[in-house]
Design a protein around this ligand. Sequence first.
Ligand code: ADP
Ligand code: MG
Ligand code: MG
Length: 247
Amino acid sequence: MDVLQMKGIVKTFSGVQALKGVDFSVRGGEIHALLGANGAGKSTLMKILSGAYSSDGGTITIGGREVTFRSPTDAMAAGIHCVYQEVDTAIVPSLSVAENVWLDRFAFGGALVNWRSLEAEAKPLLSRVGLDVDPSMKAGQLSISQKQLLLIARGLSRRVSLLVLDEPTAPLSDTETKRLFGIVRSLAREGVASVFISHRLPEVFELCDRLTVLRDGSVVGTWATADSSPGEVVRHMLGRSLEDESR
Ligand code: ADP
Ligand code: MG
Ligand code: MG
């Protein structure tokens, strides 16, 4: 069953057709890579999914129900949670780790956690993402890798069915990357799917179940990573092979 179906998504920016009718689906609990050269349309597609941009056409279906996102809040309410590369823009450094975990819940006015037990209630979420820190410490003191995990924990504070991770490994060490992948995999087993945007093909083939390649605003195709190869993906991204280029 697909947790997400985007169909015929179109987006034009003052004359530039960034998306020309994109179909993109993610199954429940899968880890799905979104690939494409710079300018292919990855960020635009994800901004439409996160409610940051409205599309000029096409439909979005979440868990079988067609949705319209007028704002990021609508997308969050539908169970989409995006962790962007610029983690510092999403973290409030002067608040505690626990307060940062509950930030979305406060914003939504959903079932409120008890103010007195913020920290105790944050602990299970922090342990689900493998973040072993004192929940009372200031979030500003965390490393980038820890801030990413904190932002994933924030998503888990709501009912999240799809995480979007935009080039999450760029600032991470190998050890931190392995740890993040372990968390993404364990969430997938619990039914939380992920979209993984990355240019690092070895990571894509290590982590992801399927991949979709975008080129010039159109989908080239979707494949199981087991049925594809890095060389093939590069060819799809560029529209030609590297051998052609060296001729
Ligand atoms: P990617 O994330 O794959 O690098 P983008 O989605 O950022 O690609 O960009 C796709 C196309 O849309 C590019 O041609 C880009 O210049 C254009 N584009 C993206 N955002 C905007 C914007 N806010 N205004 C105008 N053009 C944009
Ligand atoms: Mg880019
Ligand atoms: Mg981008």
